[in-house]
Ligand binder design. Structure first.
Ligand SMILES: CSC[C@@H](O)[C@@H](O)C(=O)COP(=O)(O)O
Ligand SMILES: [Zn+2]
Length: 203
C-alpha cells in the first residue's frame, strides 16, 4: 500500500484519465486509495476530478471521517470506505458518471448481464469470454449511509463479489488491488457497457 504522496499522484493521474474519457463531467466522480497506515486518501468534495492537484486529495479514516478539521471529503466517502471495510484486498476505488452507465442503469432492473465479451476476463476468476456476470444496479439515494446499507445487504456474506456496481441514473463504482487494476477494470466495464448501448441502438 502506498504512502500519501504516492497515492496523491495516482489519484491526480486517474482523475485526468477519467476526464479524458468524459466519465467525470462537471464535478462528478470521486477517487480513493487505501494507504499503508490503514487510512484512505480520497478526493475532496466538489472539485473537478480532471483538474486535481495534491491538495485536492485528503485523508479519512475507514469510518469515513476526515482526519483534519475543515477538510471536506467526497460526499460519497461512505461508499468508498464500505468497499475498503468489506474487501481487505481492495486498494483503490474509482467512481465515474459515463453516459453508458447512466443510460443503461436507468433502463435496468436489479442488474445488468454482461455475457460473451472477451473483456470479461478483466474480472477476477474469469478466464474466458464464455462467461456471464450480473453487474448489480442499486437505486440511487442521496442518503449515503442508507445506500451503503443496501449495497452491503446485496453483498451479504458471499465469498466472491464482483468488484463493481452501478447506481441508477448516477454512476459506477469499481475497485481493484491498486490503481492500475482499478482503472483496467473500470475501462473494461465501460467498454462492455458502451457495446451494450450500441447494440440496443441497432436492435
Ligand atoms: C456534479 S454532482 C455529482 C455528485 O453529487 C456526486 O455524485 C459525485 O460523484 C461527486 O461528488 P463529490 O462530493 O465531489 O465526490
Ligand atoms: Zn457520483
Amino acid at each position: 500500500m502506498p504512502e500519501l504522496a504516492e497515492a496523491r499522484e495516482a489519484i491526480v493521474a486517474a482523475g485526468q484519465r477519467l476526464d479524458r474519457f468524459g466519465w467525470v463531467p462537471a464535478t462528478a466522480g470521486n477517487i480513493s486509495v487505501r494507504l499503508r497506515d490503514g487510512t484512505v486518501a480520497i478526493t475532496r468534495s466538489g472539485g473537478h476530478k480532471g483538474f486535481l492537484d495534491a491538495d485536492g486529495v485528503i485523508r479519512v479514516g475507514l469510518d469515513g471521517r476526515s482526519l483534519r478539521e475543515g477538510d471536506r471529503p467526497s460526499a460519497e466517502t461512505g461508499l468508498h470506505c464500505g468497499i475498503y471495510r468489506r474487501f481487505p484486498e481492495a486498494g483503490a476505488v474509482l467512481h465515474g458518471h459515463s453516459v453508458p452507465v447512466t443510460v443503461l442503469s436507468r433502463l435496468a432492473g436489479e442488474s445488468i448481464r454482461l455475457e460473451g465479451y472477451e473483456l470479461l476476463k478483466a474480472f477476477p476468476g474469469l478466464a474466458t469470454h464464455a462467461a456471464a456476470v450480473e453487474l448489480p444496479v442499486f437505486d440511487n439515494d442521496q442518503d449515503i449511509g442508507r445506500l451503503q446499507d443496501a449495497v452491503e445487504t446485496r453483498w451479504g456474506g458471499a465469498a466472491s463479489v464482483l468488484p463493481g456496481y452501478l447506481l441508477r441514473g448516477h454512476g459506477i463504482y469499481v475497485w481493484g488491488a491498486d490503481m492500475p487494476q482499478a482503472l483496467m477494470r473500470l475501462e473494461a466495464v465501460e467498454f462492455m457497457l458502451r457495446c451494450e448501448l450500441e447494440a440496443r441502438r441497432l436492435s
